[in-house]
Design a protein around this ligand. Structure first.
Ligand SMILES: [Zn+2]
Length: 457
């Protein structure tokens, strides 16, 4: 059923060192598969192309002599070690689904410039999967006989809900220890809690009876709760009933790092409040926004600002706004410290929002992840990275969410090195094959070290 995949012959890999060239060939072939989530097909719950990416990868594994399995088109794995259910599983976890090309026209045509490969998925996360795969191949070629089952798990729905890992947990065995190669080095031992919710506030009756004059009739912006909106549109109505459109620009970015962006919704509402004040008018929804959100990104006006020692401060992003004469709906994203409790957070917000006659509705929640620095998994990976000469070796916390939250006994670990940015989700996404090769060597050592620590006692 599985045929050995054809090598990619369209790029010239001759200038690369041998191991990098081998990795580049597999990566180039993967980039050519536009494995963006699409309509379900038979055996492919996330779309035919995601299944094709998995089948291609598994075919490579099978051709190289590994045991492989397709878990109903949700995920799959490639495994080294004796097929014995008594043996613990040590796993690397990556994903083969990619975000859409956007306006990038040749996203799925790999390019090679020196040791840099460009293409959708090169950095997030097909390159990582290739690095982990070659770590397993290193061990196999060296004749290494693990005590554990060493597994590369490949998911197909990381970018839109992580249902692939829910399926994995349902049908397969939990790893005793795992790392997901979908972030950066060093070890990420804490991921903040993630809460996405909507605030609904109806317009106050007083707005209707207001004197004729300047009125804000519509505000619309945003695409997703976890994206800092880069622009916001306001519609103003003048006393003569004419409509004026006003676009406010911000800087788009990721909700987990509000300091890297400028929220266009907050800028627009701030501007609206000043303009109304100058015109001697007011608007209950603008007042509510200023009272509850403002320009801050720490949730202070909602009464939820704060931090803990492990993971730092709470961050807040208003991702979407839809305001008209009947009311406003704000779709928000909060990353909260790992030692906090969701119930407390919600109670505080609900009390503040109720003061404006509004309600809070949760749309998505993911518990924080936290493993102490002396946890065997964290300590072992930290030691491996330190021994490999890594910089900034102390385990870190982050606001983004990885597979580590969806699979037990898992932390994020590489493959990006401090200061590197592959431009995940952006046009021109790329990966440096020399760095990826360095990550591969770290993963080879990590597999060996975890195999020793987690072997049957
Ligand atoms: Zn990813």
């Amino acid at each position: 059923m599985m045929t050995k995949p054809e090598p990619d012959t369209t790029l010239d890999f001759a200038a690369l060192p041998a191991r990098e060239a081998e990795m580049a060939r597999l990566l180039a072939r993967q980039i050519r598969i536009p494995s963006t989530k699409s309509a379900p097909a038979p055996g492919a719950p996330y779309g035919a192309e995601t299944l094709r990416a998995l089948e291609d990868f598994l075919a490579q594994g099978a051709a190289d002599g590994f045991r492989v399995r397709n878990l109903d088109g949700h995920a799959g794995w490639i495994e080294l070690g004796e097929d014995d259910p008594e043996r613990p599983i040590v796993a690397a976890v990556c994903h083969l689904d990619v975000v859409p090309a956007g306006d990038w026209t040749d996203a799925f045509t790999p390019r090679l410039d020196g040791s840099v490969m460009t293409g959708r998925g090169s950095s997030d996360d097909k390159g990582s999967a290739v690095a982990c795969y070659f770590a397993l191949r290193d061990l196999r070629e060296a004749g290494y006989r693990p005590d554990c089952r060493l597994r590369l798990i490949l998911g197909l729905d990381e970018e839109s809900g992580m249902n692939c890992m829910a399926h994995y947990n349902e049908v397969d065995e939990a790893p005793a220890a795992a790392f997901t190669a979908d972030a950066g080095f060093p070890v990420i031992h804490a991921e903040k809690g993630l809460l996405q919710f909507q605030i609904h506030i109806p317009a106050a009756a007083a707005d209707e009876g207001a004197e004729p004059g300047l009125r804000l009739v519509r505000v619309i912006a945003g695409s997703r709760p976890n994206v800092i909106p880069g622009s916001c549109r306001l519609l103003w109505q003048h006393a003569d009933e004419s409509i004026e459109t006003c676009d406010v620009e911000g800087v788009q970015g990721h909700a987990a790092a509000p300091e890297n962006g400028k929220n266009a919704i907050s800028l627009a509402m701030d501007m609206a409040a000043r303009r109304l004040a100058e015109a001697g008018q007011s608007d209950s929804l603008v007042t509510a926004y200023q009272d509850l959100i403002g320009l801050e990104t720490d949730g202070s006006r909602l009464g939820i600002a704060g931090s803990d020692e492990v993971s730092g401060r709470l961050t807040m992003n208003v991702g979407l706004i839809d305001l008209d004469s009947s009311g406003v709906c704000l779709t928000c994203d909060i990353r909260y410290p790992v030692t906090w409790r969701l119930d407390d957070l919600l109670a505080k917000m609900r009390a503040r929002v109720a003061g404006h006659g509004g309600e809070v509705h949760v749309i998505h929640h993911s518990d924080p992840l936290y493993l102490p620095k002396d946890h065997p998994l964290v300590a072992t990976l930290t030691e491996v990275y330190r021994a490999a000469g890594g910089e900034n070796t102390e385990p870190m916390a982050m606001g983004g969410g990885t597979y580590a939250r969806s699979l037990p006994n898992t932390v994020a670990f590489g493959p990006g090195f401090p200061g590197e940015d592959g431009g995940a989700h952006q046009t021109g996404e790329s990966v440096n094959l020399a760095s990826l090769n360095r990550a591969r060597q770290i993963y080879t050592t990590a597999f060996r070290a975890l195999d020793r620590i987690y072997r049957r006692s």
